[in-house]
Ligand binder design. Structure first.
Ligand code: AMP
Length: 315
C-alpha cells in the first residue's frame, strides 16, 4: 500500500466509513480536506482505496493550489533574515520571494547598486565595504526607508542583511510601528482597523535566524564565485562550474566578490559576531526569533523558513 493509501485508510478507520478526512502537511502548512464518500462499510473498502487515492490526489492538488494562492495574496508582513555572511540569507530570500510574491530587500545589493552607479552614498560606502566593515547606521536609514516606502512592500517584504546592529534593530522597530500603526487612510477600514492584517493590531516582523557551523561558513565564503554577465552563483567546493572558473551558461570568467577575499572574510565574520549578535538577542527578548538549522540541505531549510512564516501569518 502506498503511504497515501495507508494514510487515507487510517483516517477512514478513525472517521468511520462515510466521512473520511485527509490531513496533509507540506512545509508546516497544514491543510485539511473533508470528503464525504457514500459507500457502505464493507463494500467501501475496495472502492475506498481506489477512490481514496483519487480523492487524496485531488485533495493534495487542491490544497497545494489553495496554499500557493493564499501565500501570494495574503499579507505576509515584514520578514527579517538574520545570519552570518554565507549562511544562505540570499538563497532563502529568493525562495520567499517566489512563494509569497513579496520583494527581497538586500541592503548589500542596494549598497552595491549605489557603488555601481557612483552615487554620493555609493562613494562613501565603497571603501568601507571593501574592508568588510559595516557602513555607518545613519547612511543606511535613508536608503532603507526609501525602499520600504515603495508600493511593492505593502503586503510584506523580506529583509536580507538588515538590521545588522542593535541600533538598526531599534530603528526598524520604530519605523515598522509607525508605518503599521500610523497608516495612511487607504490601509484602514472605516472602523480604523488595519486592512493589511485584518486586525486592529498588526504583526511585527518574523525574524528567522539561519545558524551555520563556522567551518562550513568559511568554505561557503571562500568558494563563492559569480558570473559577471548573468549573475549565476557557484561554489567551487559544493557547486562547481562544469569547466573550471567559467560560467556554465555563457562561458564568462567567474569572479570573486571583493569582500569574499580570504583576508576580508575573517573581518566580516568577526564584524557579524560583534555587531549582529546583539540583534539576535534583541529579537530573542521580544520572542520574535525563530532559529533554523541552515547546515541542512537547501530545500529542508526552505521548508523550515516557510513554516516559520506561515505560522507567524495572522498572528
Ligand atoms: P552583504 O551582501 O549583506 O554581505 O553586505 C555586503 C556589505 O554591505 C557588508 O559587508 C557591509 O559593508 C555592507 N552592509 C550591508 N548591509 C549592511 C547593514 N545593514 N549595515 C551596515 N552595512 C551593511
Amino acid at each position: 500500500m502506498t503511504g497515501l493509501r495507508r494514510r487515507a485508510a487510517g483516517f477512514a478507520d478513525a472517521a468511520g466509513d462515510l466521512d473520511w478526512v485527509i490531513g496533509i502537511t507540506f512545509g508546516s502548512q497544514e491543510a485539511w480536506y473533508k470528503a464525504r464518500v457514500g459507500f457502505g462499510a464493507r463494500g467501501a473498502e475496495a472502492v475506498f482505496f481506489r477512490d481514496g487515492e483519487y480523492w487524496a490526489k485531488g485533495a493534495i492538488s487542491m490544497a497545494r493550489q489553495t496554499a500557493n494562492e493564499t501565500a501570494r495574496t495574503a499579507n505576509i508582513g515584514p520578514v527579517v533574515l538574520i545570519g552570518p555572511p554565507g549562511s544562505g540569507k540570499g538563497t532563502q530570500a529568493k525562495q520567499i520571494v517566489c512563494r509569497y510574491g513579496i520583494p527581497q530587500i538586500s541592503t548589500g545589493d542596494l549598497l552595491r547598486d549605489h557603488v555601481g552607479r557612483g552615487t554620493e552614498l555609493g562613494l562613501e560606502a565603497k571603501a568601507i565595504m571593501a574592508r568588510g566593515e559595516l557602513v555607518p547606521d545613519e547612511l543606511m536609514y535613508g536608503m532603507v526607508t526609501n525602499r520600504l516606502h515603495k508600493p511593492d512592500c505593502r503586503r510584506g517584504f523580506v529583509l536580507d542583511g538588515f538590521p545588522r546592529t542593535a541600533a538598526q534593530a531599534g530603528w526598524l522597530s520604530a519605523l515598522l510601528e509607525k508605518e503599521l500603526f500610523d497608516n495612511n487612510a487607504d490601509n484602514k477600514s472605516d472602523n480604523g482597523s488595519d486592512n493589511r492584517s485584518g486586525k486592529s493590531k498588526p504583526c511585527g516582523p518574523v525574524v528567522i535566524q539561519l545558524m551555520v557551523d563556522y567551518n562550513q561558513l568559511l568554505q561557503r565564503l571562500t568558494g563563492r564565485r559569480s558570473c559577471p554577465t548573468c549573475g549565476r552563483l557557484y561554489n567551487i567546493h559544493f557547486q562547481p562550474p562544469k569547466v573550471d572558473e567559467l560560467c556554465d551558461l555563457d562561458g564568462s570568467k567567474l569572479v570573486i566578490r571583493d569582500d569574499d577575499r580570504e583576508e576580508v572574510i575573517y573581518g566580516r565574520l568577526a564584524a557579524y559576531e560583534k555587531q549582529t549578535s546583539p540583534v539576535v538577542e534583541y529579537y530573542r527578548a521580544q520572542q520574535r526569533l525563530v532559529a533554523v538549522n541552515a547546515d541542512r540541505p537547501v530545500e529542508e531549510v526552505t521548508g523550515q523558513v516557510f513554516g516559520a512564516i506561515d505560522s507567524h501569518r495572522g498572528c
